[in-house]
Design a protein around this ligand. Sequence first.
Ligand SMILES: [Cu+2]
Length: 153
Amino acid sequence: MIVLRVLPIAAALAFACGDKSDPGVTDAHADCSQDPRAQEFVPGMHVAAPDGVGLLLVSAAPAPPVRFENTWTVQAVDAEQNPLAVTSLSIEPFMPDHGHGTPQPPEPVAGGDVGSFEMGPFDLWMPGVWQLHVTMEHEGGTSVATLTFCIEE
Ligand SMILES: [Cu+2]
């Protein structure tokens, strides 16, 4: 009987944040504005993979990133922050506190400049801390750089 009682509650909680139809549920727990993991958004901001290969968030609309739909331009760069040719670039949004991603992930499309990709709109559908793991395949191997943002209500 315990299992039968717990499962529906767990299912309800898992979807509570995105459920605006339930006035009894709030997103108050998702206030991450002071979370030390979150990076401050700056246009053109740079994050580096452990091997020095990096990523520029060239532009974001809206800026800073928001809940729901976002459209970005990013560019792979080498350790000296010069444009880096990549054979592929993919980006995986993930909420580390909840263990889930998004059903509408970004689908990067190569842009005009070397290492440049455009993506969006893609859906950061829940308030809280989002990590965006960017995997870049290039001549020297595979590098993963991570952007971390607090997405507020
Ligand atoms: Cu979540």
